[in-house]
Write a protein that binds this ligand. Structure first.
Ligand SMILES: C[S@@+](CC[C@H](N)C(=O)[O-])C[C@H]1O[C@@H](n2cnc3c(N)ncnc32)[C@H](O)[C@@H]1O
Length: 243
């Protein structure tokens, strides 16, 4: 398999935003979690694996001033920059594999929508966890969206890890408390169903024990508005592959 950067650049150069199975015109669940936090518009936000998502458009529209979008694919970020036009200048763009990203910056909100679940091996996962633990500010938040254990096993031709509420929480609980868990049935443009888990986690002060909010899981649905008759050359499986 060619390297990851090349893989994702090819995905973004061959397909368009409305054809990706993961695209959401408005990433409602992430935005509703963010809105519930009532944060200042000055907070430092990073969208990890932001791709050509409209999340950044929405964040700018809501008045957030300090936004970083990171992706392994320069091609994806160029699509987003082009769409934003002059507003692209307000964003910090980072082309990097997240497992190679090193920063002294502290982020108040770390968002990851369907990038973390591509990390399969223990070393990459531990590197990611270490980065989150050192880069999210005290009292900061982590908004994580990944395929649930009822979701697809592959995306864009790559195997992914699926996560339950318990095992996703346990990965981060040495430093974060779980605040909220939402399961989303996402309907792709070709009407496939993909089940995502969204976790909202809050950074805990050092030395304190995990104190999770035991509020019941929530369930929502997201219907893509861009219905397509086919999904290109995607390797569709019964749980809704994503390409
Ligand atoms: C399924 S897409 C999701 C895109 C976007 N977050 C969204 O919600 O529309 C996964 C994204 O993660 C990026 N990605 C995958 N592995 C990555 C890695 N190791 N480091 C940084 N970005 C990565 C891909 O380039 C792609 O843009």
């Amino acid at each position: 398999m060619k390297n990851l950067k090349e893989h994702w650049n090819t995905v973004y150069s061959k397909s368009n935003t409305h054809k990706h199975t993961w695209t959401q015109d408005v990433p409602r669940t992430t935005l509703s979690m963010l809105d519930s936090l009532k944060l200042s518009k000055e907070v430092e936000i990073i969208d990890v694996g932001g791709g050509d998502s409209s999340l950044v458009d929405n964040l700018l529209g809501l008045g957030y001033k300090n936004i970083t979008v990171l992706d392994i694919s320069e091609e994806a970020l160029n699509i987003t920059k082009k769409r934003l036009g002059d507003n692209a200048h307000y964003i910090k763009w980072v082309v990097s594999d997240i497992t190679e990203y090193r920063t002294d910056k502290k982020y108040d909100v770390w968002i990851d929508r369907a990038a973390f679940h591509f990390l399969k091996d223990e070393t990459s996962i531990l590197t990611y966890l270490n980065l989150v633990n050192t880069s999210v500010s005290e009292n900061g938040y982590l908004l994580m969206a990944a395929f649930s254990d009822k979701g697809p096993t592959k995306c864009s031709g790559l195997e992914v890890r699926q996560y339950s509420n318990e095992n996703l929480t346990s990965l981060f609980e040495s430093n974060f408390n779980r605040e909220r868990c939402v399961f989303e049935d996402h309907t792709t443009p070709s009407q496939m169903n993909q089940n995502f888990i969204y976790l909202l986690l809050k950074r805990r002060k050092l030395g304190l024990i995990p104190l999770h909010n035991n509020a019941a899981d929530e369930f929502v649905t997201y219907q893509s508005t861009n219905a397509l008759s086919t999904e290109g050359s995607c390797d569709v499986n019964s749980k809704g592959c994503c390409c």
